[in-house]
Design a protein around this ligand. Structure first.
Ligand SMILES: [Mg+2]
Length: 465
């Protein structure tokens, strides 16, 4: 008996902000996981029907012995994907099991039981059932292929089950979650929490020799040190992991951060701290010699970083405009910056954060000021801070590190983790700051590892060695 598998993965779900097919399941995209289940059940061939984001999803299946079938009419409904899948089956196929790509709890054993029931009974339709509720995946035998190919709209195989109730055999499951489909971010998180294996922390952490650490939301929250702060640094030192503490915040000087850590009982050398202002000055030093006049908006962090690299802070003849967050910003400064940029001065932003958190709520951050200048001048700034890769590259240069041995640790998906991925690093998200588990479920940005806080990370790291 030749029983094939058809994975229906053409749909364009919108609730997740990215193709549902690519949601992470135990470290691999969900569509790849479902294909693996079909392959493990020895269905042959395994056809994966793609439509929406076909190229991206096909790349996620690379290396698997599956056949790709493209449904160019996926927007017309599920039935077109069923037709595409049928069209890709070899002529000697006796039956095919149609799987949804969003049922990650289906096991090879359940698929084998469908095949066995088909072999025992010869029934043209076999589906799974929990307490009389029928569910995918469903096996259809060859005599029904022609009729199945004629179904239209969004019905798929369900239409045939309704038409031929006497022909349906079932396989009972005892846990409704086995049939659950990932339809909402909440359901995805629930199923992952219950069934997803923990990420392979040990294999991820073992090769890491260099760590780039975000500070606010990771090492402290406001004026409170994070629990386990001292133990975290003791662990890094014991495991000989070099680190740079890198922040998008350009308004403070490195020694202010060192003092803050010292108040929390942690001593770090000044070279271990890197602000986006310093990374900006280093970037500028690669473009222009010392003595170049630069017009700077920003606090002492920006001014100090630029003069330390030998730049002269001046409005007259300024060749570059550097914009960082500035508590004393006023209209005249913005006007000067706009005029200089229009006269051809290079436009550089320390960091793109559009908001700045205060106890009372969010207020304009540096990214908002950059937007004002961009709107005024029509010139896009070069932005140094996360999620652009410059800050991470500057941090790696300080440690003599390469991306292969380096991880980025932070509390924000849209800056720390996205920037780390862009710089080609392993990424570790802690849930002790800005990004929440709900953000994580919705975000297209996937960290390699998620920890509650640095205390948990330190424990995992000790176990990995
Ligand atoms: Mg942070």
């Amino acid at each position: 008996m030749n029983v094939a598998g058809v994975v229906l993965a053409a749909g364009g779900s919108t609730r997740f902000g990215r193709p549902k097919q690519l949601l992470d399941w135990n470290g691999i995209p969900m569509v790849a996981h479902v294909a693996d289940v079909a392959l493990a059940a020895e269905l042959s061939p395994v056809v994966v029907v793609l439509g929406h984001s076909a190229e991206e999803i096909q790349a996620a299946l690379a290396g698997r012995p599956v056949r790709i079938a493209t449904n160019w009419r996926w927007e017309e409904g599920l039935s077109t994907s069923v037709q595409t899948g049928l069209g890709a089956l070899p002529p000697d196929t006796d039956a095919a099991i149609f799987l949804q790509c969003d049922q990650p709890l289906i096991t090879p054993d359940l698929l084998r039981r469908l095949v066995t029931r088909f072999q025992e009974t010869g029934a043209p339709i076999v589906c799974l059932v929990y307490e009389s509720r029928r569910a995918s995946p469903t096996l259809f035998a060859r005599p029904l292929f022609r009729e199945l190919a004629g179904v239209t709209g969004d019905q798929g195989g369900r239409a045939l089950i309704l038409r031929h109730p006497q022909s349906v055999e079932t396989v009972e499951v005892d846990d409704p979650d086995l049939l659950a489909d990932v339809d909402t971010p909440e359901e995805y998180e629930r199923l992952r929490a219950r069934y997803g294996a923990p990420p392979p922390a040990a294999s991820l952490l073992a090769p890491v020799r260099h760590l780039i650490v975000d500070m606010d939301g990771v090492l402290w929250r406001g004026d409170q040190p994070m629990p386990g702060l001292g133990d975290f640094f003791a662990t890094l030192r014991a495991l000989e992991i070099r680190f740079v503490l890198a922040t998008n915040n350009a308004s403070k000087r490195p020694d202010e951060y060192r003092e803050k850590l010292a108040r929390f009982g942690v001593e770090v050398p000044l070279e271990a701290i890197l602000t986006s202002a310093q990374a900006t000055a280093e970037y500028l030093a690669s473009l222009a010699p010392p003595g170049t006049p630069v017009y700077a908006i920003g606090g002492s962090g920006v001014r100090h970083a630029l003069t330390e690299k030998g730049f002269i802070l001046a409005e007259e003849g300024a060749r570059y405009v550097v914009v960082g967050w500035d508590p004393d910003l006023h209209w005249q400064k913005m006007a000067k910056a706009a005029l200089l940029i229009q006269r051809g001065a290079g436009f550089i932003g320390t960091n793109p954060d559009t908001t700045y958190p205060t106890p009372a709520g969010l207020v304009p951050g540096n990214g908002s000021n950059l937007a004002v200048l961009e709107l005024t001048t029509g010139v896009k700034p070069v932005v140094i801070g996360k999620p652009e890769p410059w800050l991470y590259r500057a941090a790696m240069a300080r440690m003599g590190a390469t991306p292969e041995t380096t991880a980025a640790l932070g509390d924000r998906l849209d800056t720390d983790i996205l920037g780390g991925r862009r710089a080609g690093l392993r990424t570790i998200l802690v849930l002790s700051g800005i990004s929440t588990p709900e953000d994580l479920a919705r975000s297209p940005v996937r960290p390699d590892l998620v920890c509650a806080d640095i205390g948990e990370l330190a424990r995992l790291w000790r176990e990995a060695r």
